[in-house]
Ligand binder design. Structure first.
Ligand SMILES: [Zn+2]
Length: 89
């Protein structure tokens, strides 16, 4: 399949930035119905930026409840040094 890669929607050209909704996708943790395991570093990394910061909920698509759990899990993982702290300088 060939597809032109463009930024933004490919329906209407132009148009100022309004809101645009991504597809509503349910929070993956709600789907899994499991609890977030802070030892699952691979999982947690999915929700971290390259700099080790936690991806905001709007981007991660998590529901608020699980975003909180995730945040807690990340903090815990950092605490036991599974994940490096964000380097802020
Ligand atoms: Zn959820």
């Amino acid at each position: 399949m060939e597809r032109e890669q463009q930024q933004g929607g490919d329906r209407d050209g132009g148009g100022g930035g309004g809101r645009f909704f991504q597809r509503r996708r349910p929070c993956r943790f709600c789907i899994d119905k499991g609890s977030i395991d802070f030892k699952d570093v691979g999982l947690l990394r999915n929700f971290l930026t390259e700099r080790g910061r936690i991806v905001p909920r709007r981007i991660s698509g998590n529901c608020m409840r699980h975003q909180r759990e995730l945040t807690a899990a990340v903090k815990r993982a950092r605490h036991i040094a599974l994940i490096s702290f964000a380097e802020e300088r």
